[in-house]
Ligand binder design. Structure first.
Ligand SMILES: NC(=O)c1ccc[n+]([C@@H]2O[C@H](COP(=O)([O-])OP(=O)(O)OC[C@H]3O[C@@H](n4cnc5c(N)ncnc54)[C@H](O)[C@@H]3O)[C@@H](O)[C@H]2O)c1
Length: 345
């Protein structure tokens, strides 16, 4: 297939690009290259005849029309977004612009292209979203695809809005859509402002490791390469018009996660051990959701997909990757806001 992947220079998008090319798909990577992007993430496939890159904003309709016309994709995998909750608290405007207006603009460009092509059934618009649209759980229960939306941060509200737009374009115009809502990802190439790399890099620097609130917030952690695999499975095998929740089957509190990373570093980077001594509790994020948990029944029973990596194994691979790729993260550490406490409101 020829895939138009938006946000392919970001964390998850680049994993999708690398895997899609490995599987023999052609990829057009469409990315405007915000602060969160890094073309180094796709360097391993950049010379492949199956790969092309276009630097474009998903809000630019004219440019999108030209890209659809020039590349004639069989499917769109839409990952481009503003993705950091803390930044959404400080500056929600960029989230509304890219996640809502950008998704609308991309939907309209895709619809025009699909209609012009005679509305082929095989075309897919795959919207990649988050479990954060469902809101916050108490100590029990899991999100299913039927859980009512209840977003609580500017980020999750903007993603919820984009999900609604995609469903509406499916219902109203018949655009062949699929959606996925995924739990927290981690793994190689994770931008150094997100929890897992923050912990690794603070520990390596011997600096306080910030844990929001009491660290009791629970997330279902998914290794990014498993997510990319799930996305390509849903794209190629998922039922038209359907949404699929994707989880890691690895529910862990933030504090447990931080302690697991510290223990891994104690083994492979004993200098500064025990790293857990650096854990420092800081003021909580406003509106911090208490718990997310995914019920993976649909993707497991309908598509036979399950994650292949446990959180123990995935974290070990991630810690090793950060130790072996210092040039990658050092180059990103001076980008605006990285290393600062954001989103205190
Ligand atoms: N990270 C997670 O844990 C997680 C979990 C579930 C879902 N998601 C969703 O997956 C997608 C990718 O997340 P990520 O963590 O890789 O994000 P990221 O911030 O690492 O990457 C986003 C990419 O989108 C690009 N982009 C931003 N605005 C753009 C615009 N206007 N036009 C074109 N490109 C633009 C950026 O340059 C960047 O390369 C997002 O839609 C996010 O909501 C993320």
């Amino acid at each position: 297939m020829k895939l138009l992947v938006t946000g392919g220079a970001g964390f998850i998008g680049s994993s999708v690009v690398r895997l899609a090319i490995e599987q023999g798909h052609s990829v057009v990577n469409l990315d405007v290259l915000t602060y969160a992007a890094c073309l180094e993430n796709v360097a391993s496939v950049a010379d492949s005849p199956l790969y092309a890159f276009v630097q474009t904003d998903i809000c630019d309709r004219e440019a999108l029309d030209k890209i659809f016309e020039a590349h004639k994709p069989d499917a769109v995998m839409h990952l481009a977004a503003e993705s950091h909750v803390d930044r959404s608290i400080d500056g929600p405007g960029a989230f509304i612009q890219t996640n809502v207006t950008g998704t609308y603009t991309l939907l309209e460009a895709a619809r025009a292209y699909w209609q012009e092509a005679g509305k082929p059934d095989v075309f897919r618009f795959h919207h990649i979203s988050t479990d954060e649209v469902y809101g916050s759980l108490g100590p029990t229960g899991q999100f299913t695809e039927d859980t009512p939306y209840d977003p609580r941060s500017p980020y999750s509200a903007s993603k919820a809005a984009s999900d609604h737009l995609v469903r509406a374009w499916g219902e109203t115009y018949g655009l062949p859509i699929v959606l996925t809502n995924c739990s927290n990802n981690y793994g190689p190439y994770h931008f150094p402002e997100k929890l897992v790399p923050v912990v690794i890099l603070k520990a390596l620097a011997g600096e306080p490791i910030p844990v929001y609130g009491d660290g009791a917030n629970v997330r279902d952690w998914l290794f990014v390469e498993d997510h990319a695999d799930a996305l390509l499975t849903v794209l190629t095998k998922g039922t038209l018009g359907r949404s699929y929740n994707i989880g890691g089957e690895n529910e862990v509190s933030n504090l447990e996660l931080v302690k697991m990373i510290c223990a891994l570093l104690d083994d492979c980077h004993p200098e500064g051990a025990p790293h857990a001594d650096l854990i420092t509790f800081v003021a909580d994020r406003p509106g911090h959701d208490q718990r997310y948990a995914i019920d993976p029944t649909r993707i497991r029973t309908e598509l036979g997909w399950r994650p292949s990596v446990t959180v123990e194994e995935g974290l070990a691979r991630t810690v090793d990757w950060y130790l072996e790729n210092k040039d990658w993260w050092r180059a990103l550490q001076n980008r605006k806001g990285v290393g600062e406490r954001l989103g205190k409101a």
